[in-house]
Design a binder for this molecule. Structure first.
Ligand code: IMP
Ligand code: MG
Length: 186
């Protein structure tokens, strides 16, 4: 098989470039402006940014450095995936430390796929009396959605492909790639 220019070879997989580092950086900056504009229009001066670990850590780090809105940061870790399949079985591994009652929450997620994870998270935080629940996702596989969950801000909508890089993993690997690529197992 011919090797494409935008293919990366790994031990057990080939990855085909989907978004370059530059494309991602440009979109993240615009996304931050969209988020600032939204909160400014609402007259909201401070939000609680809640990163969904582990995948969101790269995106979150880039995003916050462009945000003008005052943020306090917290993190949750949930588990919903094994290999390349969503299990629809969401487990909280780590919870926030702050009191979320009445607060304006902005969840930061790497990718929304079936929507199970964030639906569970939303229900959980609504029960705790969160003032407002918003979601920003760098990537959105809208056609894969199985529940009524929409991201309020989206970096890129992508087709039903398994992607790695920019925080996204395959069995914990490839998170450090500065670009996003489609993974094809060999
Ligand atoms: P959901 O519950 O099906 O929406 O799955 C969301 C989670 O699945 C994300 O936070 C990711 O951790 C993981 N995930 C979904 N699609 C991909 C992908 O293409 N690559 C890597 N992880 C993914
Ligand atoms: Mg993951």
């Amino acid at each position: 098989m011919m090797m494409e220019l935008n293919d990366y070879q790994y031990e057990n997989a080939t990855a085909t470039l989907m978004f370059s580092h530059e494309e991602i950086q440009e979109r993240v900056e615009t996304l931050a402006h969209e988020i600032d504009a939204y909160y400014e229009a609402q007259g909201i001066e401070e939000i609680v940014l809640i990163g969904v670990l582990k995948g969101a850590f790269v995106f979150l780090a880039d995003l916050v450095r462009h945000l003008k809105t005052n943020v306090v940061m917290d993190f949750i870790q949930v588990q919903s995936y094994e290999g390349t399949e969503s299990t629809g079985n969401v487990q909280f591994l780590q919870d926030v430390r702050c009191d979320v009652k009445g607060k304006n929450l902005l969840f930061v997620e790497d990718i929304v796929d079936t929507g199970y994870t964030l639906q569970e998270v939303r229900t959980n935080f609504q029960h705790r009396g969160a003032g407002d629940f918003k979601l920003v996702a760098m990537f959105d596989k809208a056609e894969r959605r199985l529940v009524d969950l929409q991201a309020d801000f989206v970096g890129f909508e992508i087709p039903d492909k398994f992607v790695i890089g920019y925080g996204l993993d395959f069995d914990e690997k490839y998170r450090q790639l500065p670009f996003v690529a489609e993974l094809k197992l060999k």
